[in-house]
Design a protein around this ligand. Structure first.
Ligand code: GLT
Ligand code: MN
Ligand code: MN
Length: 406
């Protein structure tokens, strides 16, 4: 079990126990998350827009490591150079005062009316050019603030009617844009990695490259695949009915998990962006287990929104509890690994996975001799099929760890 010291700086509202978040846990929040004023398609904003300086200060008090941002979260669209410079100066002041970092930046290519038909994939070449210009400027800003990961979420890169666009053209245009921006980043001498974020739909009827798997396949068609990875989001993968930790696992195994968006989602709904681990605690547990077991060293970034019911205190509760739940699940992962009965089932599995058959295995690499031996071998499939795997018990023990009785 993890032995975390308690932290006397934890705000008095929250328990002073071993789940107090600290900067070394590498928790980050988008400015657009805690800063979300609660506007939705049916209702107006319910909270005041908070300044980025205030967000940085409050999150620092709660134990976060940093904040991430879109260009427009910090600098309103259409600001003059003088306005931009003042905003950046004040923001940098807040970072210096608190020690907070900006590990990731991204471009807003979805809010402005000009991008309503798409940005990099628009049928209008002037819009595609504008999207590239906006992204180059936003990359400069991100690098100036210290970001080492740059996220691409193509919110408007989709359609409602297939009559308007051949999907092959959309993919080609998206590739052209990413290739262009990889060159721009290299040419500028930036040490930046790009992380592509998939979503199947919303705000468009359908969005191109809808899952993390699609993104992974696309990356290997780029001119600089080594620069580009993925930024999977819990809610987006669940909207497609997929198991999130499988997408993340494939990305980690390929060395392509450059960033992650943690949140919560009920199946079969719009993108809810709920507080991390507020839904599907078992899925959240297996995700944390995967990230911790693989010693993934990226940022634990929360991309979610406080409930619309909340006032400002509720916003900070939302942020604090996101981090706290991650730490509680991390502790559950340690309990899972330390549990003697779980250990015993896993040891039996391990033994089963490492036996040799006909002098071949347990890993399989082709050579003529072992292929011939394997081809000639007679398997006792009845005996092999007769031994169960004990997964009912394994799952129950895992569930009991999660429910707090083990
Ligand atoms: C927007 C979206 C998120 C993306 C952000 C990055 S913007 O809030 O819903 O999933 O990660 O562009
Ligand atoms: Mn996201
Ligand atoms: Mn989302």
């Amino acid at each position: 079990m993890s032995q975390r010291p308690t932290n006397s700086t934890s705000p008095s509202r929250y328990p002073n126990d071993r789940f107090v978040p600290r900067p070394e846990d590498h928790f980050t929040f988008g400015l657009w998350t805690v800063g979300n004023p609660g506007r939705d398609p049916f209702g107006l904003a319910v909270r005041e827009v908070m300044s980025s300086v205030k967000i940085v200060r409050e999150l620092a008090k709660l134990g976060a490591y940093g904040v991430n941002l879109h260009d427009e979260d910090l600098i309103p669209f259409g600001s003059s150079t003088a306005e931009r410079d003042k905003i950046v100066r004040d923001f940098k002041g807040a970072l210096a005062e608190t020690g907070m970092k900006v590990p990731m930046a991204t471009t807003n290519l979805f809010s402005q009316p000009v991008f309503r038909e798409g940005a990099f994939t628009s049928n209008d070449a002037a819009v595609r050019a504008l999207a590239l210009q906006k992204t180059m400027r936003s990359i400069d800003l991100g690098v100036e603030l210290g970001a080492s990961v740059y996220v691409f979420w193509g919110g408007r890169e989709g359609l409602e009617t297939n009559a308007c666009k051949d999907p092959r053209d959309a993919v080609k245009r998206f590739r052209e844009a990413i290739n262009f921006l990889c060159e721009y980043s290299r040419d500028s001498g930036y040490d930046l990695k790009f992380a592509l974020e998939a979503k199947p739909n919303e705000p468009r009827g359908d969005i191109f490259l809808p899952t993390t798997g699609h993104m992974l396949a696309f990356i290997y068609t780029l001119e600089h695949p080594e620069m580009v990875g993925v930024n999977p989001e819990v809610a987006h993968e669940q909207m497609s009915g997929l198991d999130f930790s499988h997408a993340v696992g494939q990305a980690i195994e390929a060395g392509k998990l450059f960033h992650i968006d943690l949140n919560g989602q009920k199946p079969g709904r719009y993108d809810q962006d709920l507080r991390f681990a507020s839904e599907d605690q078992k899925g959240a547990f297996f995700l944390v287990k995967l990230l911790e077991d693989s010693r993934w060293d990226g940022m634990r970034h929360f991309d979610s929104h406080p409930y619309r019911t909340e006032d400002e205190q509720g916003v900070w509760d939302f942020a604090y509890y996101s981090m706290r739940s991650y730490l509680i699940l991390k502790d559950k992962v340690a309990r899972f690994h330390a549990d003697p009965e779980i250990k015993q089932i896993l040891a039996t599995l391990e033994k089963r996975s490492t036996t040799q058959v006909a002098g071949v295995g347990p890993t399989f690499k082709y050579d003529k001799k072992s292929a011939a031996a394997l081809k000639a071998h007679t398997f006792d499939t009845t005996a092999m099929a007769s031994v169960g795997y004990e997964y009912e018990r394994l799952d129950q023990l895992t569930t009991e760890v999660l429910l707090g009785v083990r």
